[in-house]
Write a protein that binds this ligand. Structure first.
Ligand code: SF4
Ligand code: SF4
Length: 200
């Protein structure tokens, strides 16, 4: 059985935010809503300073606290490990946002538009899939995967920093990278067993 997973090479990430924009376009999210974020941090002391980028998103945890937390049964886990969020069932309790330790769930408080007092034609199409008062998050581009395509962020990254594949296949590129370069999960001590790994 496949278990989809992602490996992000922090040595290759240049913080260009192309993946962030690809995600926003793929999911048609309004201003202020990000299913994927690239965090920036300055480390060290002058003159030996370094800017570090950390792309983050839903980690598609094997043991996802969000699933149990929701009183409306909004979350489900597919056999391939993808954690889905059905916003049609969401009534805005927002406990999932507290339960998720990775701050991966967005909540649409209101529907802002990219330009004042107007909804562009593309926004009119995008926003049909978003309801004020509901939660949203990354789904590893499940629809694209089901068509044999890569997630939009993976497809778009200009430095090839994001790899995607089957964590259960020991021969896959993601498994090989995790093994050879000691890939790690964010806060593995929390016991959620994320499907997103990082390489430093
Ligand atoms: Fe980093 Fe690639 Fe995202 Fe650019 S597109 S911020 S290089 S992961
Ligand atoms: Fe759920 Fe958060 Fe884990 Fe994603 S990162 S599966 S939203 S607990």
């Amino acid at each position: 059985m496949i278990r989809w997973g992602m490996v992000i090479d922090l040595k290759r990430c240049i913080g260009c935010q192309s993946c962030t924009m690809a995600c926003k376009t793929q999911n048609g999210t309004p201003p202020g809503i990000f299913y994927r974020k690239v965090l920036e941090q300055i480390s060290g002391q002058y003159p030996a300073v370094r800017r570090v980028y950390l792309p983050t998103q839903c980690m598609h945890c094997e043991n996802p606290p969000c699933v149990e937390s929701c009183p409306a049964g909004v979350f489900s886990k597919r056999a391939d490990g993808i954690v889905l969020l059905d916003s049609d069932k969401c009534y805005g309790a927002r406990v999932c946002r507290i339960a998720c330790p990775y701050n991966a769930i967005s909540f649409l408080e209101k529907m802002p538009t990219y330009f004042p007092d107007t909804v562009t034609p593309i926004e009119a199409i995008w926003y049909e899939n978003h309801t004020v008062g509901t939660a949203g998050k990354c789904d590893f581009c499940a629809d694209r995967l089901d068509q044999g395509l890569k997630p939009a962020c993976v497809q778009t990254c200009p430095t090839d920093a994001i790899k995607f594949g089957d964590l259960n296949d020991h021969q896959s590129e993601v498994s090989r990278l995790i093994k050879e370069r000691k890939g790690y999960q964010l806060h593995s001590e929390w016991g959620t067993n994320p499907s997103v790994y990082y390489l430093s």
